[in-house]
Structure formats: C-alpha cells, structure tokens
Design a protein around this ligand. Structure first.
Ligand SMILES: [Zn+2]
Length: 216
C-alpha cells in the first residue's frame, strides 16, 4: 500500500504504521528518520541537511523533498510506503504531489487519524521514557509501569517524563498541529483521497484503512 498518515501528536501514527508495514511489507517513512539516516550515511544531501541541523535551522522543504525522492527510489519501497507525519504543510503536500507524479507513483489513500483531544492528552501525559539514551524504553504509568521506584525494567536507569510530554507542552503541540496541519485535511478532501478514521484502538484503525483501500 502507498498511504499518507495524518494525525496529531499522540494519535498513534507510529503504532498504526508499524502494524500496516507488517501486513504487506511496505516501509514506514518519516521525515525525521530519513534526515537522520541521510546524515548518518554521509550522502551529499545528508551533509547539506546536517549543516542546517547543526545551525539549529529548519531543513528547507526543497532539501527534504530531494531526500524523500532518493528514499522513495530505494528498492524496499517497491512493496509500498507509509508516510508517517509527512507532509506537514500545504507547500509540502504540493511538492509531494509533484514528486509522486514524477516517480509515477499513485497514493492509495490519505488517512486522517482523528483521535479526541482527551485521549491524546491522556495517552501522552501518562507516557514515561527510560533516561538511558541507549535504551529509551517507553513506559506508561497506567498500562506499562516501570518498577515501583521508577526504574527501567530493562536497564535499571531512571524512567522520566519527557519535557515535551507534559500537559502544557502537549497542549501547545496540539495547537501548532491544528494551525499547520489541519488545512491538509481540507486539501486532501478536495483531492478526493481522504479517509477519516475516528477509532481509538490501533487494530480497528488498521482494519478501517485496509477496508478502505480494498473498496477503491
Ligand atoms: Zn532502560
């Protein structure tokens, strides 16, 4: 399958993408991942991106699109891809449309994971992360608690709440998301490729997506 997954932080895009890739061997692609691996591989584009990142600047869309193009041309994308959290803005969506046309690739679906704000807040404020940079195991105070004294079950380091996962930080992230990304929902609605899915369990979401692709 070739799909775009849209959804606020905490909507569960990562989990859903993982389950979808398990179904048909398509690959999950996020901007963060492709930038990091281009930098790590030391490609020409990666070096350019690294420059921006080291100066604390945003990597420009034109460069992101070049890196996206080379990623989509890798052989493992033959079985399909799931764009996780990309595009984020209308200009990126326009650029992606051109790129897919150039590569002669057609999207099956654009999925909007519409998860209620309370669910997102609850999901993210209860998350805890192992502070060991080599481990970073994810916990949840309700469903997957660390040890009674707040230590990681895998490595024994302290388990902490990330700064960007406090209620205040999440509220800010959701506002930013709504301002920047929500217009994409209208954009893809007009393109006729949008499917809004409002379930909360990842299995229901996966079933909703595969069902919608089959119907096309
Ligand atoms: Zn750990």
């Amino acid at each position: 399958m070739r799909i775009i997954l849209l959804g606020a932080p905490g909507a569960g895009k990562g989990t859903v993408a993982k389950q979808l890739t398990d179904l048909d061997g398509s690959v999950q692609i996020s901007t963060g991942d492709i930038l990091r691996s281009a930098v790590k591989a030391g490609t020409e584009l990666g070096k350019k991106a690294q420059g921006y990142m080291e100066r604390g600047e945003l990597v420009p869309d034109s460069l992101i699109m070049e890196i996206m193009e080379s990623r989509l041309e890798e052989p493992d994308c033959k079985k399909g891809f799931i764009l996780d959290g990309f595009p984020r803005t209308i200009p990126q969506a326009e650029a992606l449309k051109k790129l897919l046309k150039k590569l002669n690739l057609k999207l099956d679906l654009v999925v909007d994971l519409d998860v209620p704000r309370e669910v997102v807040l609850d999901r993210l404020t209860t998350r805890r992360t192992c502070s060991n940079p080599e481990c970073q195991e994810i916990y949840n105070v309700k469903s997957k608690p660390p040890t009674a004294d707040g230590k990681c079950l895998k490595c024994g380091w302290k388990v902490v709440q990330r700064d960007d996962e406090t209620e205040e930080a999440i509220t800010k992230r959701l506002i930013t998301y709504n301002e920047k990304t929500a217009p994409l929902i209208d954009y893809y609605k007009k393109e006729g490729s949008l499917k809004t899915i409002s379930f909360t369990s990842s299995q229901e979401i996966v079933n909703g997506i595969t069902g919608a692709i089959k119907k096309k």
